[in-house]
Design a protein around this ligand. Structure first.
Ligand code: B12
Ligand code: SF4
Length: 481
């Protein structure tokens, strides 16, 4: 008889309201399990507004207990910032059902597992390996509390269910198309997300979809740059994507779609083909869209793209502008764009009548007061519709995190200046690697103004100064010209 599988989506404290976007990863895993006739249940612990589960007491623990007792296999999905909850859930699961097979999957599992493999190559697999690994990085130890850690996509769950010999499982690389999301296993009505049609002001019910995942670029803060699961671009056929939109429209009355694709226009030719179909649906059924775009690909490959996106019904475009300093963009992040390209794209979006949201950070390696001033200047001059300014947080799987060395004396992690000069004193960035499993590890995404923390500092900018400058940019950048 096939085993029953419980999948758990942990809370995500970095989001102000977690019942906005549906949990894509776990819905794909559920769909793969269902396609092989497993009985699957999802325990969705994402919270509405400020519901408090910080203490993980009462109803949440009871719920975990109630569900865990009935399942032989329990999978938990987690990104690094969610991991402190994933670990708490695991411990409750083990208390309630010590015999269940527990599996960790998702970005944190994938990227910690890949870093572990890299470190094993460096240390050699001897008897002191685990101690050496744990002494080096605080994030190796607690993941080993799971029975299995799955690196990559969903397929590794079948090896775990069948009792694989190794605790660390590598899924086969995804090819072909992205599976369907098993949305029927969550309460879709409890998720609320709207998009506003900029032309008519109509507010439409919206949700997240994915037409492709993966990105071949190498921005230094972005996780998975050396991992095939995140680097390899996997695309759905255009017709499959459109069929998914129609299904969501018919089943749930949804007319707004937020594309979770890493960058929609990675393949400009395919995106143009998708746009043609999106435009047809916009005209026929009033669908509208939002998604992430890469600016230099617009300017270099498809200069009319913003107008075409507007015509196709795009309500908002989001772009990682990251910094207003060309030195940081080129030499540090390796973003392939420039401040002037980013500026031009914002102006083109305004002309086309599309809202444009930008994401920037401070605390980049080698960043100076001058670089930060350029970011503020850029925001004031470019004047996007809205912007986020956050502090850099290195996550497992990003080149910054994975290439850091640890100073033997202070225990501080640092990013060496280059291959030739790896000295601590000449480093380009210093940072604490938080133990993402610890209760006190703060969330880093939408910090509360006035309560931001910085885990990074540069030779010129202290962590306190980085926080001060972030708050300043948020305040001054909002002054529209
Ligand atoms: C859309 C998106 C967002 C959206 C929505 C996020 C949300 N609601 O969860 C927004 C913009 C809000 C967002 C915010 C952030 N994001 Co984000 N986001 C993405 C993006 C582009 C797509 C996410 C997605 O849906 N993927 C599709 C699914 C299929 O992938 P998946 O979840 O990994 O699931 C697959 C496997 O991991 C596995 N799997 C998943 N769960 C399980 C469970 C089991 C048991 C098993 C066996 C397997 C398994 O199977 C799935 C199917 O193949 C990814 C990049 C990417 N390509 O995945 C980044 C990514 C997940 N985000 C990331 C980050 C860092 C953030 C932020 C912290 C950004 C910031 N600095 O402020 C916040 C925090 C969000 C969070 N959830 O933790 C990192 C995570 C790195 C890490 N070490 O955890 C990623 C990988 C981007 C990157 N390359 O750096 N994000
Ligand atoms: S930040 Fe965007 S362009 Fe850069 S590597 Fe990540 S997904 Fe690709």
């Amino acid at each position: 008889m096939k085993k029953s599988v419980l999948l758990i989506n942990p809370p995500s404290s970095f989001l102000i309201d977690e019942r906005v976007f549906t949990p894509t990863g776990i819905l794909y895993v559920a769909s793969e399990l269902e396609s092989r006739n497993y009985d699957v249940k999802i325990l969705d612990l994402s919270r509405k507004n400020n519901e408090n589960v910080e203490e993980f007491k009462g109803t949440y623990v009871n719920k975990i207990k109630e569900y865990a007792e009935d399942y032989d296999v329990i999978g938990i999905s987690s990104t690094s910032p969610q991991y402190k909850y994933a670990l708490k859930i695991l411990r409750e699961v083990k208390r309630a059902n010590p015999n269940a097979t527990t599996i960790l999957g998702g970005a944190h599992a994938t990227l910690v597992s890949a870093l572990r493999t890299k470190m094993i190559k460096q240390y050699g697999d001897d008897e002191n390996l685990e101690k050496k690994l744990n002494d080096f990085d605080p994030n190796f130890k607690s993941v080993a509390e799971f029975d299995y850690i799955v690196e990559g996509g969903a397929s590794g769950i079948f090896q775990a269910i069948n009792g694989c010999n190794s605790k660390w499982i590598k899924s086969e690389q995804v090819s072909g198309s992205i599976p369907k999301m098993a949305r029927h296993l969550i309460n879709m009505d409890s998720y609320s997300y709207n998009l506003i049609n900029p032309k008519t002001g109509e507010v439409v019910k919206a949700t997240n979809v994915m037409s492709q995942w993966g990105c071949p670029f190498s921005c230094n803060f972005c996780s998975g740059r050396n991992h095939p699961f995140y680097r390899t671009v996997v695309q759905n056929a255009i017709d499959e994507t459109i069929a998914e939109l129609d299904f969501l429209n018919e089943q749930y009355g949804i007319k707004g779609f937020m594309f979770f694709d890493d960058e929609l226009n990675i393949n400009p030719k395919r995106f143009n083909e998708l746009l043609v179909k999106l435009k047809e649906k916009h005209e026929e059924k009033g669908y509208i869209y939002r998604g992430f775009d890469k600016s230099e690909l617009i300017i270099n490959k498809t200069p009319n793209l913003l107008q075409e996106m507007a015509n196709a019904g795009f309500a908002e475009i989001c772009t990682g502008v990251e910094s207003g300093s060309d030195r940081i963009l080129k030499e540090v992040i390796k973003k392939h764009t420039t401040s002037s390209i980013n500026y031009d794209v914002v102006q083109m979006a305004k002309e086309a009548g599309i809202n444009f949201k930008t994401f920037s950070m401070i605390g980049h390696p080698t960043e100076t007061e001058e670089d930060v001033a350029q970011t503020l200047d850029w925001l004031i001059k470019a004047n996007p519709t809205s912007f986020d300014i956050t502090v850099l947080q290195p996550y497992p799987g990003s080149p910054i995190y994975d290439n850091a060395l640890k100073d033997k004396v202070t225990g501080i992690f640092y990013l060496p200046k280059n291959d030739k000069d790896t000295s601590y004193n000449n480093a380009s960035l210093y940072f604490d690697k938080p133990d993402f499993g610890k209760e006190e590890t703060v969330s880093f995404y939408k910090g509360i103004p006035g309560k931001y923390v910085s885990n990074v500092w540069t030779p010129e900018l202290s962590r306190e100064r980085i926080v001060e400058l972030r708050d300043l940019i948020e305040k001054k950048g909002k002054v529209k010209q």
